[in-house]
Design a protein around this ligand. Structure first.
Ligand SMILES: Cc1cc2nc3c(=O)[nH]c(=O)nc-3n(C[C@H](O)[C@H](O)[C@H](O)COP(=O)(O)OP(=O)(O)OC[C@H]3O[C@@H](n4cnc5c(N)ncnc54)[C@H](O)[C@@H]3O)c2cc1C
Length: 392
């Protein structure tokens, strides 16, 4: 592999030449073919990065990656961040099911699915939760029965984010109902374009709806699309959850966003408190801001260390810890903004500015961060048992 300094220089030159202006700064990121109308600049960006293998920089070349090791990956991310280049591709394909297939998939599954994921060809949904199986996921009841060379799937999944815009879904199903509940589960890959898969958006108070209920009525999946072996879904599915949590935590190096340092929110908070009564001059508020700034730095160092210590594309149980601390920090920042903005945070109509309305939406959305990917309490249970080794 190229010397790190040479790689940095080559990468910098390539990015300057090939990253279009419209792919720099904040904005949309593709999660697959039906996700968003990206516009010409982002489409070019996705195509060029996929051509270099940099949509999935650490994957093997034969599956669309560039086989970068951790150090070269870090340099690539630093150079992307330097020009504020947006990740060209994100989502459950690149970050969740892709690395799971790399660890558990057969050669046939890898060859069939990974190159298309690397190109952003197809968006993926996640079919884990059910009305009676959330934190207690192993209680799931969606069934899959082998008939010839296909499984026939019946059941319903809830909270399937973005499913209405997705092409494929990875689903935890029960393949052996007579076995103990953790032992009769499999992870299967399902094409969502078939009649047997129906998606119903779930409306939220905000009017928007990223959530869906996904119903399977005699839906089919190929028998060779069981990932990691029949009845081994609990092991495979838990590893996928680590990929999900590590993505939330910013420490999944499967796609090209892992390890990017988020911009500090401290200047925004200082500005907001400067305009508040009893604001930035209050010693209590200054102390709170300083503690928040220090915790932000500590989180950044912890993320960097977690990436530094990686032996694969994401850590195991450490993901739960970094996800949790990151989510709590984000929520603390949101709460401080609410306090500083006062009634300006209540904005829902045009009498409030776009940034005020946006601050409110961000604050409300932030509440979900300690639920999605496993709740705060579930993460604490994992940390207690698996990281700290405390008794059950
Ligand atoms: C933004 C968002 C996106 C999501 N996207 C998806 C998706 O794409 N696909 C998908 O399958 N799911 C998705 N989910 C669902 C998510 O995985 C579940 O909401 C989550 O696992 C919790 O399950 P539940 O909602 O059934 O709550 P429950 O499991 O009913 O939990 C209710 C409360 O009880 C607590 N609790 C439960 N068990 C324990 C325990 N053993 N110890 C201590 N406390 C406990 C929980 O912490 C929680 O406070 C999403 C959720 C959110 C918020």
């Amino acid at each position: 592999m190229a010397d790190l300094n040479d790689f940095r220089a080559e990468t910098r030159a390539w990015l300057e030449k090939n990253c279009p202006e419209g792919a720099r700064g904040a904005g949309p990121v593709s999660i697959g073919s039906r996700s968003l109308d990206l516009g010409p600049d982002l489409e070019v960006w996705l195509e060029r990065m996929a051509g270099k293998g940099w949509t999935v920089p650490t994957w093997p070349v034969e599956y669309g990656g560039a086989e970068l090791d951790r150090d070269h990956y870090r340099v690539l991310i630093e150079e992307l961040t330097r020009i504020r280049a947006r990740p060209p591709l994100s989502g459950r394909g690149v970050n969740y099911i892709g690395p799971t297939l790399l660890e558990f998939g057969t050669d046939g599954q890898k060859a069939r699915w990974l190159p298309q994921i690397a190109r952003g060809d197809g968006a993926w949904a996640m079919g884990y939760s059910e009305p009676g199986a959330g934190s207690d996921l192993a209680s799931l009841s969606c069934r899959a029965v082998l008939e010839g060379d296909h499984y026939v799937i019946n059941g319903r999944k809830t909270w399937t984010s973005d499913a209405v815009d997705c092409d494929y879904i990875f689903v935890l199903v029960r393949t052996s109902p007579d076995k103990p509940k953790h032992q009769g589960i499999s992870l299967v890959l399902v094409d969502m374009s078939q009649e047997g898969v129906q998606v119903h958006p779930i409306r939220l108070l905000s009017g928007a709806s990223p959530f869906c209920e996904t119903v399977f009525e005699n839906a089919l999946c190929r028998a060779d699309d069981v990932v990691g072996g029949v009845d081994n879904g609990w092991t495979v599915g838990k590893r996928l959850l680590q990929f999900e949590r590590s993505t939330h935590a910013g420490i999944n190096i499967s796609g090209s966003q892992g390890g990017r340092a988020e911009e500090s929110r401290v200047p925004e908070l200082v500005q907001a408190y400067a305009g508040a009564d009893d604001g930035i001059d209050s010693p209590a508020i200054r102390a709170r801001l300083i503690r928040f700034a220090m915790n932000t730095e500590a989180q950044r160092f912890t993320q960097a260390r977690a990436v530094e210590e990686l032996k694969s594309r994401a850590p195991g149980f450490t993901s739960s810890a970094v996800k949790l601390t990151g989510a709590l920090l984000k929520q603390e920042g949101d709460e401080m903004l609410v306090e500083a903005m006062g009634v300006r945070m209540l904005g829902a109509d045009d009498s409030f500015s776009a940034s005020e309305r946006n601050a409110q939406r961000t604050w409300l959305y932030g509440k979900s961060l300690t639920i999605a990917g496993g709740t705060k309490e579930v993460q604490k249970n994992i940390i207690a048992k698996r990281v700290l080794g405390l008794p059950d």
